[in-house]
Design a protein around this ligand. Structure first.
Ligand SMILES: [Zn+2]
Length: 258
């Protein structure tokens, strides 16, 4: 009888110790997988090209030349070059159709990681005005306005690096434009153009020449010159991506030699 009681007590203690072992054992932690570092141009990015105007909105017009046709032509040429360089690209429009500025910005914002290049041509009040210039926005909507309304303190932290990236993108595009076209360098400028100010990714707006300048217009009428502008956009994007490293955000400030 005593032996029976002892064996039951033994079995009971064995069960308790087994339960303690199971319950108190440290949880098995998943082994952390080393994350594959993706740097610079190898980080997946969608290059959004935005041919300005379209459809009922012709943009600047001089004689038979319409800005909306030049912008689409250059954007399609730039897309081919960027694709052959291995980039994923998106056009906000690929035909002569009207798109609102909000619809254009939405194309860029729909992507998790994109950069946005809007393509335009200038018209000047003076026919003498000539050359190329690139714009960036000093204030961009880094997050949706609704979130800022609730958490306004987020805005400066989010906007500063984005501004640096957009300015850097504009600088590289402008340097490539001048290098490729040898046009008058009107520099980079900041302006709150809706289409770049409302993109939540690095964004710049290129003005590839003056439709109202006889010399610029003669050049813009040739496919060869439009190809040079497209090559400059592709070069500028590639150089910007080359210096951009997620671990060293300050590199985005890097400026090309002028
Ligand atoms: Zn325009």
């Amino acid at each position: 009888m005593m032996r029976c009681i002892l064996s039951w007590i033994g079995l009971f203690l064995l069960s308790i110790s087994f339960l303690c072992f199971v319950l108190l054992a440290p949880p098995v932690r998943p082994v952390a997988q080393p994350r594959r570092a993706v740097h610079g141009k190898n980080e997946p990015v969608v290059v959004v090209l935005d041919p300005g105007h379209g459809g009922k909105d012709s943009g600047a017009i001089c004689g038979a030349v319409m800005e909306k046709e030049l912008t689409l032509d250059v954007a399609m040429r730039a897309e081919l070059l960027l694709r052959s360089a291995g980039y994923t690209t998106l056009l906000t429009r690929d035909s002569d159709r009207y798109l609102s500025l909000a619809e254009r910005a939405a194309v860029g914002n729909h992507e998790r990681n994109s950069l946005f290049v809007s393509i335009h041509f200038n018209d000047g009040e003076r026919a003498a005005a000539s050359g190329v210039e690139t714009y960036f926005a000093v204030r961009q909507s880094a997050m949706s306005p609704g979130i800022f309304a609730w958490l306004p303190f987020l805005r400066p932290a989010e906007s500063k690096p984005l501004l640096a990236k957009s300015e850097s993108l504009a600088r590289f595009l402008q340097a490539a434009l001048v290098e490729r076209t040898r046009a008058v360098n009107r520099g980079i400028k900041s302006e709150q153009f809706y289409v770049i100010a409302n993109v939540r990714h690095p964004a710049a707006l290129v003005e590839g020449g003056f439709i109202t300048n006889p010399s610029d217009l003669t050049k813009l009428a040739t496919a060869e010159y439009r190809q040079q502008i497209a090559s400059a956009i592709s070069d500028g994007v590639e150089r910007y991506r080359e210096v951009l490293s997620p671990n060293e955000p300050t590199l985005a400030w890097a400026a090309p030699a002028e």
